[in-house]
Design a protein around this ligand. Structure first.
Ligand code: SF4
Length: 348
């Protein structure tokens, strides 16, 4: 069989839901560049068949940029004393959730660094208040907590939880997240799944020391966990971190990981991340044509938004209304419309 026949067979196997091995995934990650359009088109067809043409919206509130961790790439790391820190007041958070509701979006994502100023009780009270006043679906993205905390959040009314595993290599994980362990991260993810949260995980593509095999393992983690949401973004180092100056302009590899994630997991919710839009002016549209089906407009008030400085050059400046109206125009150009309803994973 010629090489091109082998590649075509592999792409057909991936598109039709065949059981992809680690070796298959590595081969897809390493495809010669001229096969990328075929890989993205296959992922796009599976997205259409499984999720339809509507783009699911989630409104984000980045309510605190304090963090106890020291991840080597992230501008929010505890040791970055150049960052001006903030915590939104409860009223500001509730008012912003109300804005999300007013713009007809049904889901709020509450995101912060790992900030233990927010005790379990404090987070639960916020959840209850947002639920009572807006009835939004609530997603938390606040880092690692204990299984009993997760249960309390759920009892208070949280529905979904995002916790990217970042990398499936225990060694690389320990290096980029000093003092943290992959095992502990995975335990959190299993607890969340066990409790019945719609659970999101994900990774970064382009990390220093990352191999195709590690990326394949990342994808298998997503599949084996049966994650409901997948956040896949490019590694972008912040200049005020130990990884300053390490470049990653390879949007192609991030798009490949995203496309393979769609082929492997079929009906998951996959955002076109802001990080992709930061790396490439068309990054978001490219992701939406390579398997992504979710966009997360940032509703954080302007005074805080610029200080949620995870990586440099974050796009999406302007009010959320302006951002949504721009997104609407962009998405019409690729034949897609916006969906304001909760957009659960099918079957959830
Ligand atoms: S990646 Fe998350 S946990 Fe790590 S420093 Fe940044 S905000 Fe904190």
């Amino acid at each position: 069989m010629s090489i091109s026949d082998k590649i075509k067979n592999l792409l057909t196997k991936a598109e039709t839901g065949g059981n992809l091995t680690r070796e298959d995934i590595v081969a897809l990650l390493k495809l010669p560049g001229d096969y990328s359009p075929a890989l993205f088109a296959a992922a796009d067809r599976v997205r259409k068949e499984q999720m339809g043409d509507e783009i699911f919206l989630r409104g984000i509130i980045e309510f605190s940029n304090y963090c106890e961790r020291n991840c080597l790439y992230c501008g929010l790391r505890k040791s970055n004393d150049k960052l001006s820190r903030y915590r939104m007041t409860d009223d500001e958070i509730i008012n912003t959730a109300q804005e999300i509701k007013n713009s007809r979006i049904s889901t709020v994502v509450l995101q912060s660094g790992e900030d233990f100023f927010y005790s379990t009780g404090k987070i639960c009270r916020l959840i209850e208040q947002i639920k009572n006043e807006t009835d939004l679906i609530i997603t938390l993205s606040i880092g690692e907590r204990s299984a009993s905390d997760f249960q309390s959040f759920q009892q208070a009314g949280a529905n979904r939880y995002l916790l990217k595993h970042e990398t499936a290599s225990a060694e690389l994980y320990k290096y980029i997240r000093p003092g943290c362990q992959l095992d502990k991260r995975m335990q959190c993810l299993h607890s969340l799944k066990h409790l019945g949260f719609e659970t999101g995980t994900g990774n970064m593509a382009g990390l220093p020391g990352q191999t195709h095999e590690i990326l394949a393992d990342d994808l298998l983690v997503m599949k084996i966990l049966d994650a409901d949401m997948l956040g896949i973004g490019p590694f972008i180092a912040h200049p005020d971190t130990p990884f300053a100056g390490i470049e990653n302009d390879d949007i192609e590899m991030t798009l490949r990981v995203l496309a393979i994630a769609r082929l492997l997991t079929r009906n998951t919710n996959i955002p076109a991340t802001t990080a992709l839009a930061t790396l490439h002016p068309q990054g978001r549209l490219l992701a939406l044509q390579a398997g992504a089906n979710v966009v997360m407009p940032d509703f954080t008030p302007e005074i805080y938004k610029i200080r949620y400085d995870i990586y440099p050059g974050r796009t999406d400046v302007g009010s959320a209304a302006e951002i949504i109206s721009q997104l609407e125009k962009d998405f019409q150009s690729i034949g897609r419309t916006l969906l304001y309803s909760p957009g659960n994973r099918p079957g959830k």
